[in-house]
Ligand binder design. Structure first.
Ligand code: GLN
Length: 483
């Protein structure tokens, strides 16, 4: 961590330790909330936070402290402050998804993930910045402001959950929530130096999270260590009647991790280690692979032939779903509405053209185009065919390996503004993360070292529903890594 981060701040304890201290009455929830809010206040220059939920957070903290005093049972996350990406519907502040079109929107209900965290006593203290509607890789697409990287204020934190990444690494709260549609939890984790977990598709509910691309959207935490990620997953995972795509959770706790790598086979993804990969990043990843081998794993190279097509497939499927999901923002029901409209059509048109930013418009246009008759077969259908091929190739690969590894991103955090005028270059940042979403498998980014002080993330992927196994290897790596 460089010296721009206040060095006087204590690191937060592990989440389970914080909760147990609160439960024992050794620490007060209200003090934790106040400390988190104080840090948020002191770190405003990083632009990681859109709004705090201070009043509600303090009320909840007092309630939890009172329950403890009264000898009542409190949850596994009692008094633990957290920050939610601002596309999670939450009480206590507006939910904007960092878009002008949702400015002023107060959620009528909360996301299932938020409800589950609160049921265990966690306290949401603030809403984190993101690329508007989670469209992006740097937070530069936020309609409000760009978040700064915690290690270098001239660089991006990654995106789209960049506010959550920076906030976690600065220590504004013990953890933050992100969303991952094509890498948006893993990329900021990699660029900021945090642990990012994208669970198996459907393991965490999408209910109450602003929809981006519904067949790809996954909810998960950004934390400072693997145990915390496992605990948060354990609290939020599982079937939800409000999201029909959710799946049954593992019966065993996600916090019960295996500590043995022997007999495990790790496949190094050939396509991620070649052209386009920064050579210094590559060295860090090779060192990480050597550490895993030294810890007892068998390493082999794996090639997935359709992988080079994944980015193209993603940037067809994703905008197609975005164009459909964003059609609900029409200025009539909620969010921004153009007041001087001459008639209904003008109201739709003006509300959307003023309310949406450039990237949302770009994706609506691309998505509408690839879905339009005449182009549907050439683009959307073809992309879905290749998506199925990718799923099959990953399934085949997982017949001979337990995990796949590679870098999370081809480079370290880039300078603010560097890719702004070049959407293709920006999209290339996602080249190593999108496949896990297209295939639906769980994937993590874990800090593996740095290049001149800028963090590098090791990406590990596992088969669907093997989230516990994924967390296990991540934890082993965390313990053996030679940084
Ligand atoms: N960077 C990718 C995109 O721009 C992924 C975004 C995400 O996961 N929300 O679409």
């Amino acid at each position: 961590m460089n010296d721009s981060v206040p060095s006087t701040w204590d690191k937060w304890d592990n989440i389970s330790k914080i909760a147990s201290d609160v439960t024992k009455g050794d620490v007060k929830a209200i003090d934790l909330v106040n400390e988190s809010l104080r840090r948020i206040d002191l770190a405003t220059e990083y632009n990681s936070i859109i709004a705090t939920t201070a009043e509600r957070a303090k009320q909840r903290a007092v309630m939890i402290d009172d329950s403890i005093k009264a000898g009542e049972k409190v949850g596994r996350l009692a008094g633990v402050p957290f920050i939610a990406k601002d596309n999670y519907l939450t009480f206590g502040a507006e939910t904007t998804a960092a878009s002008n079109i949702l400015k002023g929107f107060s959620a009528p209900y909360q996301a299932t993930v938020i409800e589950r965290l609160e049921a265990e006593g966690a306290i949401c203290v603030a809403k984190a910045n993101l690329d508007a509607f989670a469209h992006g890789s740097s937070t530069e697409n936020s309609d409000f402001f760009t978040t700064l990287n915690p290690h270098d204020k001239t660089r991006v934190p990654g995106g789209s959950s960049g506010g959550s990444g920076t906030a976690t690494v600065l220590g504004l709260a013990p953890f933050a929530l992100g969303t991952d549609t094509g890498g948006s939890i893993r990329l900021p984790a990699s660029f900021c130096g945090a642990v990012g977990l994208k669970p198996t598709y459907g393991l965490t509910s999408r209910s109450g999270v602003v929809a981006m691309a519904s067949s790809l959207d996954c909810m998960g935490p950004i934390t400072t260590n693997v145990d915390d990620a496992a605990l948060i997953l354990d609290v939020i995972a599982g079937k939800d009647e409000l999201d029909s795509t959710t799946i049954m959770r593992d019966k065993q706790s996600y916090t019960q991790l295996d500590s043995d790598l022997s007999g495990k086979v790790i496949g190094v993804v050939k396509e991620y280690m070649g052209e386009g990969l920064d050579s210094a990043v590559k060295s860090v990843i090779i060192k990480a692979i050597n550490d895993l081998e030294a810890a007892g794993a068998t390493i082999k190279e794996v090639s997935l032939l359709s992988l080079p097509l994944a980015l193209a497939v993603y940037y067809i499927v994703c905008p197609a779903e975005i164009s459909s999901n964003l059609s609900r923002y029409d200025g009539q029901r909620y969010g921004f509405s153009y007041e001087d409209a001459k008639n209904l059509e003008d109201s739709y048109e003006s509300s959307r053209s003023i309310g949406f930013g450039a990237e949302a418009k770009r994706r609506i246009m691309i998505g509408t185009y690839v879905l339009s008759s005449g182009y549907y077969d050439a683009y959307y259908k073809k992309a879905q065919t290749v998506r199925t091929k990718l799923i099959n190739e990953f399934n085949t690969a997982f017949e001979s390996v337990d995990f796949l590894v590679g870098p999370t991103a081809p480079n370290v955090a880039f300078e603010i503004g560097k890719n702004n005028d070049d959407p293709l270059q920006m999209y290339l940042t996602d080249i190593m993360t999108v496949a896990a979403n297209l295939v639906g498998i769980p994937a993590m980014s874990i800090p593996a070292g740095d290049v001149d002080g800028l963090p590098v993330g090791l990406q590990i992927m596992a088969t669907s529903n093997n989230d516990r196994e994924l967390l296990s290897i991540a934890k082993i790596y965390e313990e053996v890594r030679s940084i």
